[in-house]
Design a protein. Structure first.
Length: 202
């Protein structure tokens, strides 16, 4: 066990009463790649929340990792951050907010999913912009709702691939989207606002 993982375990012991919850979160944080984490989040929204989910290509997602559709519901724009260390700050949430709002006026709901902590100012900003936050505690609850945890963690592809509701990461280059989900222009105003406010997160 690495020093980082051990220190993380000791820190998490302050927030979890159940040792198995800590083991589960550490497995997600340390044993899954960022792409695998995105797949499993998409799997949750497909199987549990009944959304049709699309995982964006990692080199072209422009800050939106998953797009989820369901009849008569806002489209979900989901950002996934599988961080081992560090905190999600106002800057991180502000960038995500700027990316999405700068490019779409659809009926949407932004969701920010992370394996780590979220600072108080980031939470305040998210609440003011109606952004749903799911942190390390929510990740554990989401994983447990999937049933067989070991199978869920070890599967090579996620369930929704078999239902043709997402881009298969193993598909050939001819299926790669030719345009990005959003324009590549950096949302300057949101970025500057986030950087200024995030100073108090330190």
């Amino acid at each position: 066990m690495t020093t980082t993982r051990q220190s993380d375990r000791e820190k998490l012991a302050q927030y979890f009463d159940n040792q198995s919850d800590i083991d589960l979160l550490l497995s997600i944080k340390y044993d899954l790649s960022p792409e695998q984490f995105e797949d499993r989040v998409a799997d949750y929204y497909h199987r549990i929340e009944w959304y049709q989910t699309t995982v964006q290509w990692w080199f072209d997602d422009e800050g939106v990792d998953i797009v989820a559709h369901k009849a008569w519901s806002p489209t979900l724009y989901i950002q996934c951050k599988k961080w081992i260390q560090g905190h999600i700050t106002m800057k991180d949430i502000g960038y995500f907010y700027g990316i999405v709002t700068d490019q779409t006026d659809e009926n949407i709901q932004m969701v920010y999913v992370t394996t780590t902590w979220i600072t108080p100012n980031a939470k305040k900003f998210a609440k003011s912009k109606n952004i749903v936050l799911k942190n390390y505690r929510d990740i554990v609850d989401m994983a447990r709702s999937m049933g067989d945890i070991d199978q869920w963690l070890s599967q090579n592809t996620w369930t929704a691939v078999d239902r043709d509701t997402t881009v298969d990461r193993d598909t050939d280059d001819t299926d790669i989207p030719t345009t990005s989900l959003v324009d590549r222009e950096w949302p300057q105003i949101a970025k500057l606002q986030a950087e200024i406010t995030s100073l108090s997160d330190l």
